[in-house]
Design a binder for this molecule. Structure first.
Ligand code: PLP
Length: 384
């Protein structure tokens, strides 16, 4: 359905989707097939082999393009496989500028996979766009941003980066996993590529691992599709179905994530054992003004540190929570609690992680959509 003039909730439910042409089924069927019978040589209905194109994945890719206000979507076996595809557009000697409190897995693929193929990665705090511009040279081909960042909840000004990237003919990619397109649409702000770990809010139910890219420009999209088909890190039809279904309630879930997140962030700030709470909705967050401009609300991801900054204190809290589950990942309906220094960011050297604020007592919450009173009660008994 053409939803280009519709609002977000309509796009989430109908964007890019048509009733199944064979049966009229309202839900996109799970086309669990690897190949498609051809009437004669070269005479097929658009589908030849499911690595290249599968109707369930195709429907999801169109739906993703609709909700990100892009023209082309591409799905991958994981968020990291999606990042892998973007970096494969580059050549040895090309340079990438990225943020120094990047998602740990993104840092790992840059440093341990692509650096040895001659791609150069430069890291800076992107909170101030002039620091990014200072690293641009004639080899810079890509700016890789993530906002809000994980786990420090720094906010990066996407529009400011888009101005720098356009001026210097550099691609701008934004990891939009934390914000979701319901809260933030980087393509509208001038980015060339939006990336998602669909494992998180898009899927939303902690039952699938998937990555996605959305693009506006045909040339960029063609290159991504070439890499998607050539490297083959595609997602299967069952997983595509699950994420399609997840997206239909994305706006409803994220509304509640935001409400619960706001309540818990404000409550945490008043607790005597808590040192600092990181959440972009606070007016004294260093880039609150940018967050307010580029996001529609502030989400359910919160990090905080403890007075005394002791790892054992953080570990004790993680052991005492009952409703919050100790687990990696985020963005599902259930609330999760994690310890970046020993979990998601364990692959980053201590010295480097502390520079960006990932200290020993830092705790990260993915606030779910349970009742906020119950979540606060759980944190209260754990912090005691
Ligand atoms: C989880 C995550 C990724 C990686 O995605 P996977 O689906 O786990 O491969 C990338 N960026 C961010 C911000 C994430 O939270």
């Amino acid at each position: 359905m053409d939803t280009s003039k519709s609002k977000f909730a309509t796009k989430a439910i109908h964007g890019g989707l048509e009733p199944d042409p064979a049966t009229g089924a309202i839900m996109t069927p799970i086309y669990q097939t690897s190949t498609y019978i051809q009437d004669g040589v070269g005479n097929h209905q658009g589908y030849e082999y499911s690595r290249t194109l599968n109707p369930t994945r195709d429907a999801l890719e169109k739906n993703l393009a609709a909700i990100e206000n892009g023209n082309y979507g591409a799905c991958f076996g994981s968020g990291l496989a999606a990042i892998d595809a973007v970096i494969k557009m580059l050549h040895p000697g090309d340079e990438v500028i990225s943020t120094n409190d990047l998602y740990g897995g993104s840092y790992r693929i840059f440093k341990t996979i692509f650096e040895k193929y001659g791609i150069v990665f430069r890291f800076t705090s992107m909170a101030n766009p002039t620091d990014v511009e200072a690293l641009v040279n004639e080899n810079t081909k890509l700016i890789w941003a993530e906002t809000p960042t994980n786990p420090m909840m720094n906010i990066i000004d996407i529009e400011a980066l888009a101005i720098i990237s356009k001026k210097n003919n550099i691609l701008l990619a934004v990891d939009n996993t934390f914000a979701t397109p319901y809260l933030q649409r980087p393509l509208d702000l001038g980015a060339d590529i939006v990336m998602h770990s669909a494992t998180k809010y898009l899927g939303g139910h902690s039952d699938v691992v998937m990555g996605a890219l959305v693009m506006k420009d045909e040339k960029v999209a063609k290159e991504i599709y070439r890499i998607q088909n050539s490297s083959g890190a595609v997602t299967g039809p069952m997983d595509s179905f699950l994420v399609l279904r997840g997206i239909k309630t994305l706006h409803l879930r994220v509304q509640r994530h935001c409400e619960n997140g706001s309540r818990i962030a404000h409550w945490l700030r008043k607790q005597p054992s808590v040192a600092t709470v990181y959440w972009p909705g606070f007016e004294d967050h260093p880039n609150h003004a940018v967050a307010k401009r580029q996001m529609d609300d502030f989400g359910g991801m919160i990090s905080f540190t403890l007075k005394g900054n002791k790892m054992e204190d953080a570990h004790r809290i993680l052991g005492k929570v009952k409703l919050f589950s100790l687990a990696e990942s985020l963005g599902g309906v259930e609330s999760l609690i994690g310890h970046p220094a020993t979990m998601t960011h364990a692959s980053i050297p201590k010295e480097d992680r502390e520079k960006s604020g990932v200290v020993d007592s830092l705790i990260r919450l993915s606030v779910g959509v349970e009742d906020a009173d119950d979540l606060i009660k759980d944190l209260e008994q754990a912090l005691k």
